[in-house]
Design a binder for this molecule. Structure first.
Ligand code: SF4
Length: 462
């Protein structure tokens, strides 16, 4: 599971300490190895006055290295006005992408706790004034860390080398803060952390080495370095049942957005791969406006930009697919309801089937209402599998969550699922775990219809 291959993987190590003495004998070799591994960027974090200067020096010499500047809570006792002014001045450098690491460490208590809290607040104020994200260290100090973050009103940053519980993770994400996972997630006794790593929504997930500390398994005990990040990345990808490429794309995009590094993809993808399936993004249009729909919060899904500026033609769709037989299945599922474009779906599905591919449609089940006729017979022989969003146990709940443009949409979805079984070999219903959704009642509806029910987690797409 943790085997490393020689392929280049475009990761970003969002937290390492390249200036530390552990790298004095081979620093440039360590940096070269990271570059050879395919890294898009490294963020080296200063931990005191001198270290911030060294981090900036490295960032100045290497294009793909960026600096975070701050004073570690261990050294909070040495913080001074002079250091604060120095950080203010350095924060204006374009290669400085974050303030930190700062925070609270009640495990070692190297600085008095009241001093740590005061210095932490100063860093948060600086981050807000500089318009930079903050990198937070918190060890055995959950309550105070979260209280100080909340009172600061900060909404961009990361809890680095996250080791807290689910409640802390949820509090952080509700403030808009990301969670960065490091080598400890790979350790045998980290079952709580693994569970968190499995369920963090894509948008909040970052990865890091914290090198030279905390090497991941199977390298635990050695000095850590950025090129080992792939072990942690691969481990988390396995936990989330996605590929290493998916994990790299998601976390690299998140790091670029949070720290303002590099460029983001500027055009929507028509065909995009998740695991071994190819997804087709053919329209933004939809007859629902679901409260949980990812498109109202982000232009990206699993690191792919999906918001279309115009709908692709059928030719553009088939060109984007390439060889459909290379995938487990080709899925019509994007930022809208694919059956809004029924003719395009039928033509492209036929094209895929002629080339040995399998076709699935993810739909909201409104197609008969949209086209004012029973469209399912038209899909016979073209579609292998269909996944219909049931989304609620009754009309009132459906209307509240999904805000359909049609009346009686929920009743029509049930009719659609029943009819789909006549024309499509594999039919399933889906529901998102949300407050107010009665999963057991949805299960009963699916059982009465004779279809499987797939329960989806909120914010997990694809
Ligand atoms: S049906 Fe799907 S695409 Fe349409 S709003 Fe709901 S979640 Fe979004």
């Amino acid at each position: 599971m943790t085997e490393k291959d020689n392929r280049k993987v475009p990761l970003i190590d969002t937290h390492c300490h390249l200036d530390m003495s552990e790298f004095d004998n081979d620093r440039e070799d360590v940096i070269a190895r990271a570059k050879d591994t395919g890294f898009e960027a490294l963020i080296t974090a200063g931990s005191d006055f001198d270290s911030a200067a060294r981090a900036m020096e490295l960032a100045t010499r290497h294009d793909f290295i960026y600096a975070a500047i701050g004073v570690h809570p261990h050294d909070a006792k040495d913080f001074s006005d002079e250091i604060y002014l120095d950080l203010v001045s350095r924060s204006r450098n374009r290669k400085v992408v974050a303030i930190g690491e700062t925070g609270l460490d009640y495990h070692y208590d190297h600085s008095p706790r009241d001093v740590q809290r005061e210095v932490f607040r100063k860093h948060l104020r600086l981050a807000k004034e500089a318009g930079l994200p903050v990198i937070v260290h918190s060890r055995e100090a959950k309550e105070d860390t979260m209280a100080i973050l909340a009172e600061s009103g900060i909404n961009q940053g990361v809890l680095h080398c996250f080791s807290g519980d689910l409640d802390m993770a949820e509090q952080a994400m509700s403030m808009g803060l990301s969670l960065s996972l490091a080598g400890p997630v790979t350790f045998k006794k980290s079952s709580r952390l693994r569970e968190i790593a499995r369920i963090i929504p894509d948008d909040y997930l970052l990865i890091e080495t914290d090198a030279p500390y905390l090497s991941p398994e199977p390298l635990r005990g050695r000095r850590n370095e950025p090129s080992y990040l792939e072990y942690t990345a691969r481990f988390i990808a396995d936990l989330r049942e996605i590929s290493l490429d998916d994990l790299a794309r998601i976390t690299t995009l998140n790091a670029k957005r949070l720290f303002g590094i590099g460029t983001l993809p500027d055009r929507a993808e028509i065909a995009y791969q998740i695991r071994d399936s190819l997804y087709l993004n053919i329209t933004n249009r939809c007859t629902n406006a679901c409260s949980f729909c990812v498109k109202f919060r982000s232009d990206f899904v699993k690191g792919h930009r999906l918001r279309l500026s115009q709908e692709p033609t059928e030719e553009e769709i088939t060109l984007s697919i390439g060889d459909p037989s290379l995938y487990k299945e080709v899925v019509f599922c994007g930022y809208g309801e694919p059956l809004e474009r029924l003719d395009a779906v039928k033509d492209v599905a036929r094209w895929i089937k002629e080339r040995g591919g399998r076709v699935r449609i993810n739909t909201n089940g409104h197609a008969n209402l949209i086209h004012k006729r029973d469209i399912l017979p038209e899909l016979k022989g073209l579609v292998d599998s269909i996944s219909v969003s049931l989304d609620a146990q009754d009309e009132a709940t459906y209307n509240r969550l999904c805000k359909p443009v049609f009346k009686n949409a929920h009743a029509e979805i049930i009719r659609f699922i029943r009819q789909a079984k006549e024309f499509i070999p594999d039919v399933q219903a889906t529901v998102v775990e949300l407050e107010g959704v009665d999963i057991e009642k949805c299960r009963e509806i699916a059982a009465q219809l004779g279809v499987k029910l797939r329960i989806r987690k909120l914010d997990v797409v694809g």
